[in-house]
Write a new protein. Structure first.
Length: 308
């Protein structure tokens, strides 16, 4: 058992990890299983106990963890926590990889901050949940952006817990893609939640029979949704996925009315319905269903309630 920081025999197979929440601990275990020397630090020191028992080295402070290895990975609560943990550390010559969830703006600022302190920097956006870490077949990966030299130099180590995807030298791009994909996920979850709320207590409808119907429909509609959202790049603003915007807006009252008849709040759907109405109004009632992305990006869209 290693309970104090010791010299590492191979700098290329050693890593310091700051932050031992569920995700950080999963990354640490993956590196340990692959034979890496792992130094760990957490603000609540007891969270390191299990990992130390499994072969990790405990750092008594964030500064000690940073000093132990050239490759330093942060997986903390938020960007402010990263700044606080690293505030009094010497980052000269370090390879700092921040996989803390944050915004693109925060990642760019953190890159500038790290470079000013003599470190190379990568920002990461994790597209996985802890049980997927260390399981290549699960398909998890991390978006990385920032120093391409750092990514190339440390790719072998970074690829141990989950897959890697380098998405450019703009340090904010990993966070942006992370949030974009998760936003689509939450939007889908909202629709699924609403669908189950509609049918859950309905006599004669079994959820075990409804679930595969919903899964099949969502799979069938995915292509149409991607086509419609891709219109700004296609040069074709008349494509509507087979159903005009005017017709869809006319049907809003049916969706809202059905929800209310079933005793279900329409609040998960009404913001999108409101956006559809605004887009139709902006085209002066024409039938073309131009993509809604431009309206969101214009800053003129506001959250409202479609009342049917």
């Amino acid at each position: 058992m290693n309970d104090t920081i010791s010299d590492h025999t191979s700098a290329t197979r050693s890593v310091s990890l700051l932050g031992l929440g569920d995700m950080g601990a999963a990354f640490a275990r993956a590196w340990l299983a692959a034979g890496y020397s792992v130094t760990v630090w957490n603000r609540t020191a007891s969270r390191a106990d299990a990992l130390v028992a499994e072969g990790a080295t405990r750092a008594v402070s964030a500064a000690d963890a940073v000093a132990a290895n050239t490759l330093v990975v942060t997986c903390l609560l938020d960007d402010a926590s990263v700044g606080e943990a690293l505030e009094s550390t010497d980052l000269t010559g370090k390879d700092l990889v921040d996989i803390t969830t944050g915004t693109p703006t925060q990642a760019r600022a953190r890159a500038t901050w790290a470079q000013a302190r003599g470190a190379r920097f990568l920002s990461g956006g994790i597209m996985a949940v802890p049980p997927m870490v260390g399981q290549p077949e699960a398909g998890g990966y991390v978006f990385y952006s920032g120093s391409s030299e750092l990514f190339e130099a440390r790719h072998e180590a970074l690829a141990v817990p989950v897959g890697t995807r380098f998405v450019g030298t703009d340090a904010g791009h990993a966070a942006l893609l992370d949030v974009a994909l998760l936003s689509a996920m939450y939007g889908t979850f909202a629709g699924i939640t609403h669908a189950f709320a509609l049918v859950r207590d309905e006599d004669g409808i079994e959820l075990k029979e409804f679930t595969p119907l919903l899964a099949g429909w969502l799979a069938a509609m995915l292509g149409a949704g991607l086509q419609m959202s891709g219109q700004p790049d296609s040069g074709d603003d008349t494509s509507d996925g087979g159903s005009s915007l005017a017709m869809q807006v006319a049907g809003i009252k049916t969706f809202v009315g059905t929800a209310r008849d079933q005793g279900v709040s329409p609040e998960l759907l009404t913001p999108y319905f409101d956006l559809m109405r605004r887009q139709l109004d902006s085209r002066h009632g024409t039938e073309g269903a131009k993509d809604l992305v431009d309206l969101l990006r214009s800053g003129s869209a506001t959250v409202g309630r479609a009342d049917g």
